[in-house]
Write a protein that binds this ligand. Structure first.
Ligand SMILES: [Ca+2]
Ligand SMILES: [Ca+2]
Length: 212
């Protein structure tokens, strides 16, 4: 089955669950003894698809990014009051986010995939890097670094253990894939580090074991 688009609004339980996952990821052993309660901090997230917990204002508290494919803007919710701040507007087909502090200022840059469709001919597949402009509660700058139809999953990885993260882009299907079977080969792309001005694309070869 190729269709992975969400069809429901994002329930707040998912948002709280992200905080729990973050605590577990940090190795905290006390999380099982805590009774969690659901607090609704946002509704109406049409096509809610991804929640990402990361500190976006350098106060040490994880904030929540909520990506909704059916909305034309990307927003984050500021811990602990969960005020909503719009990062970018006039977008479409939002599908995935990944956060990593490229410039070391303590606030992560955001890799964003948008223009998504399950059909390559209908997908612009923008891959962009978003950076705050001094005040993370205001609109961030957005810079398109690539276009790959059906760009679907973005992750920052450290392939050589050097601590320098590379961005991986896994499209859903290849450019020749057509419904209903979506047959065809698909390439995975990796973007080299080196700062915001030096991101370069490489196509993974042999199941992404080598690049360059
Ligand atoms: Ca914060
Ligand atoms: Ca940064």
């Amino acid at each position: 089955m190729m269709s992975r688009l969400p069809v429901k609004s994002l329930p707040i339980g998912i948002l709280v669950a992200s905080l729990m996952q973050a605590a577990v990821a940090e190795g905290r052993q006390d999380v099982e003894a805590i009774d969690f309660q659901t607090h609704t901090i946002a509704t109406g997230l049409k096509g809610g698809y991804q929640v990402l917990a990361t500190d976006l204002n350098r106060d040490g508290k994880p904030d929540l990014l909520a990506l909704a494919s059916g909305l034309d803007e990307l927003a984050w919710y500021e811990n602990p009051g969960w005020q909503r701040h719009v990062i970018a507007a006039d977008l479409s087909g939002l599908i995935n986010l990944a956060a990593h502090d490229l410039d070391g200022d303590g606030i992560p840059e955001l890799a964003l995939a948008s223009g998504f469709s399950t059909t390559p001919d209908k997908s612009s597949g923008e891959v962009s890097i978003l950076t705050h402009q001094g005040d993370p509660t205001e609109l961030w700058s957005i810079r398109e670094i690539d276009r790959v139809p059906t760009s679907h999953r973005l992750r920052w990885i450290d392939p050589d253990g050097s601590g320098r993260k590379w961005l991986v882009n896994g499209p859903l299907v290849g450019p020749q894939a057509q419904p209903p079977e979506y047959r065809g080969r698909v390439s995975i792309f990796i973007y080299s580090p080196g700062g915001l001005e030096a991101i370069r694309r490489h196509r993974c070869r042999r199941r992404c074991r080598a690049w360059g």
